[in-house]
Design a protein around this ligand. Structure first.
Ligand code: BDR
Ligand code: CA
Length: 315
């Protein structure tokens, strides 16, 4: 049985691998891709999502652009990790040309998600790998569609420390109001945070195995990883860069590869130093009702085997 999914993303190097995992695994049926301003501007993330699909030979999946920035704040971007265009490293092809062109759908992200949810024969999962603005806008504008969302799996947050500020992870920090809105919506929600994605490391042996696949997707991916590992080394002292976003896809593609706990999850909206920090009450100290699943473990070898299999099956 395949899980129908929409990927909402802000590519970004790791978002590209999330798209490839979603498109390449037989357990998932990728119905649509939507983009949000995050790692870089919406203009770049929308083009980069199309490049990711085009390089991998994935045509026929609509791609629509969504929110250029957060619900209530200025957009903060992450060029220092992803480069000026969001996909530093390889020479970027024109997604409108080449053997597998992928054009931008004229609908907004919200319209595309709404149409996809309404047309599907069963509830559809949304995998969000950027600031969760588009999902929040959808739930605000079309609350009637909430029952059509099977669940939201989001890469972001952390059970411990952050990477944008000492306590806030980037996606949560960029748009905490959106995260708060989605958490309050009652839609089934899984957070995949830095506490697990920092174990999905692009080691030398991971790079060797991916490069050995040798297809167009793997070659492009290797150039992405070269850049991504260099910037993660420069910024965080992590030469084996953590490939965050595909871990959220793995939760649905291979549920046995990621362990989750049912718990209370909240996000800080105000605070002099803590805006965007996720409060994950794993020990039940607050006595509040659980409202989310939070990833707490990952089978790293199994995760990478899934990524490799997906890349091997693409162009
Ligand atoms: C998250 O922030 C972005 O830079 C990555 O694409 C990932 O979604 C990690 O904190
Ligand atoms: Ca991302």
């Amino acid at each position: 049985m395949t899980v129908p999914v929409i990927v909402d993303c802000d590519p970004g190097h790791d978002d590209v691998f999330a798209l490839w995992l979603a498109a390449g695994r037989p357990e998932l049926d990728l119905l649509a891709v939507t983009t949000v301003g995050g790692n870089v501007s919406l203009e770049h993330t929308s083009r980069n999502a199309r490049i990711a699909l085009s390089v991998a030979g994935v045509t026929g999946v609509p791609v629509a652009a969504g929110a250029p920035g957060p619900l209530a704040r200025e957009l903060s971007t992450a060029e220092w990790i992803h480069g000026e265009n969001g996909l530093g490293g390889p020479e970027l092809p024109d997604p409108d040309a080449g053997p597998s062109p992928v054009r931008l759908d004229p609908r907004t992200a919200t319209e595309l998600i709404a149409d996809t949810l309404a047309a599907a024969s069963e509830p559809v999962a949304i995998i969000a790998t950027g600031p969760i603005t588009n999902v929040a806008v959808l739930l605000r504008e079309r609350p009637d569609l909430a029952p059509r969302i099977r669940e939201v799996v989001w890469m972001g947050g952390s059970t411990d420390r952050g990477n944008a500020t000492p306590y806030a992870e980037f996606n949560a920090w960029v748009d905490p109001e959106a995260l708060d809105l989605v958490l309050r919506s009652g839609v089934r929600f899984t957070m995949v945070g830095l506490n697990v994605t920092h174990r999905a490391l692009v080691t030398a042996s991971v790079r060797e195995r991916l490069a050995a696949i040798g297809n167009r997707t793997a070659r492009f991916g290797d150039e992405l990883l070269e850049f991504f590992c260099r910037t993660n080394d420069e910024v965080f002292g992590m030469p084996d860069g953590p490939l965050h976003d595909p871990v959220a896809v793995a939760v649905l593609a291979d549920p046995d590869s990621v362990t989750v706990a049912r718990t209370r999850l909240d996000v800080e909206l105000v605070g002099s130093e803590t805006v965007g920090a996720t409060s994950v009450d794993l020990d039940g100290m607050l006595g509040r009702e659980a409202n989310a699943f939070v990833a707490v473990g990952i089978d790293v070898d199994r995760f990478w085997a899934g990524v490799e299999a997906a890349v091997a099956g693409l162009a």
